[in-house]
Ligand binder design. Structure first.
Ligand code: SOE
Length: 393
């Protein structure tokens, strides 16, 4: 048996995304033949009781109550930032300065300015072989990665339309409390940064094109909510006091892409009955495809040159060893789940670190998404004007 070098991972944050990332770090060694043995060295959070319980439950070897202590530890080579957006920049920049590779949850930052600082720090650290990546996990769903292969292979021809929605309903109840995701100073924006960022990244990834301009609108349906009494994951209970909601509940925009496609995007947390509905449809000159997260092991594909009479959308089960990531899992035809996208993210990052290459999406890619979100906000504020996104520095 050859012994591999160890890569110590330290994670900041232990809520919903912390739990999802922990699951990934727990399984990645066993699923893939990695160049490193990943060691779940430590998890950081402010409340000692909670972070201790999280460390035990999620499988971390130790815990810290100050993320600064975690970033300085010699047994940690990679810092995974799963805290609210408001401290992504501070933690990631400190970690990069300490020579640690960084995985940062999406969206990269709360503002374009913060994202720029993070890109600067990442580029400086890269001179010393330190790598950084943004956690847009849906790229790593095998069906989404396979969709990109089909598009880049030219199966659909030139892409004319991109239609993307990310629909949730977890805050439709006006009595749902004012959790951090509903506060601008902690989350940056609402549905826009939290979930529109995913469909911006995913559509750009699948098409290989970037958004060049947008026109958008945002809405906050419920303007005040009870202050938080307690939270767990995405759930929470409210107190008798109320506070102002300072982010959007829904964000919609149209866009142009660099390869000539036109696009529509809709992100909301008020789509009653839609728990976590991410769907993209592409129409190209030679065919169309659909990716729907609720059926994440499948792709729908239509090819115009199929025989007349049997033409139609076919369902491809993306569970074969030939499909991206799938050979690591079960025999052909055995499905996987949402959480595997995070394991694939961990695998891609660790592999890139060992290879000495920049893992995608880079912090620069995260900044570009941030610029799109910022342009949507500015367009919405100005009353639906067209805002180019290629240069809004
Ligand atoms: C809440 O909207 C959330 O947890 C997002 O923050 C995640 O990025 C998304 O994958 C699931 O929903």
């Amino acid at each position: 048996m050859t012994s591999k070098p160890t890569l110590g991972v330290g994670m900041v944050g232990y809520a919903f995304m912390g739990q999802a990332h922990s699951q990934a770090w727990r399984t990645v060694n066993a699923a893939f033949d990695l160049p490193y043995a990943v060691d779940m060295a430590a998890i950081a959070g402010r409340s000692e009781d909670k972070v201790k319980a999280a460390a035990e439950k999620f499988g971390w070897r130790s815990y810290e109550t100050d993320w600064r202590a975690l970033v300085e530890r010699d047994d940690i080579g990679l810092v995974d930032v799963c805290s609210p957006g408001g401290n992504h920049a501070e933690v990631a920049i400190a970690a990069l300065a300490a020579g640690k590779h960084v995985l940062c949850e999406k969206p990269l930052a709360n503002t374009v300015e913060e994202a720029r600082e993070m890109v600067k720090a990442a580029e400086a650290a890269a001179q010393n072989g330190v790598r950084s990546m943004v956690g847009f996990n849906y790229r790593r769903v095998p069906a989404a990665a396979f969709a990109r292969q089909l598009v880049l292979d030219g199966k659909l021809g030139a892409i004319r339309h991109v239609r993307a929605v990310y629909l949730q309903d977890w805050i439709t109840d006006p009595e749902f409390p004012l959790v951090w995701r509903l506060k601008k100073e902690e989350a940056g924006s609402g549905a826009l940064g939290d979930i529109a960022s995913h469909i911006v990244d995913l559509t750009q990834f699948v098409t290989g094109q970037t958004i060049t301009g947008v026109s958008g609108l945002t809405e906050t349906f419920v303007k005040e909510r009870p202050l938080v009494a307690s939270t767990e994951g995405l759930r929470g209970t409210g107190s008798s006091e109320r506070g102002e909601v300072t982010v959007d509940d829904a964000a919609l925009f149209i866009a142009r892409l660099s390869g000539g496609a036109v696009a529509t995007y809709e992100a909301t947390r008020f789509a009653t009955g839609r728990r976590n509905g991410l769907r993209i449809e592409l129409n190209g000159e030679k065919g169309s495809l659909v990716f729907d997260l609720e059926r994440l092991n499948e792709l729908e594909l239509y090819l115009s040159d199929d025989d007349a009479g049997t033409q139609g959308f076919r369902r491809i089960l993306v569970t074969e060893p030939e499909h991206p990531y799938m050979s690591a899992w079960w025999p052909a035809g055995h499905i996987i789940g949402w959480e595997h996208s995070f394991t694939h993210e961990a695998y891609d990052l660790v592999t890139a670190i060992a290879a000495g290459t920049d893992p995608a999406p880079t912090f620069a890619d995260g900044l570009q998404v941030q610029q799109v979100l910022d342009a949507v906000e500015r367009s919405a504020e100005s009353g639906s004007g067209w805002i180019p996104t290629t240069d809004n520095s």
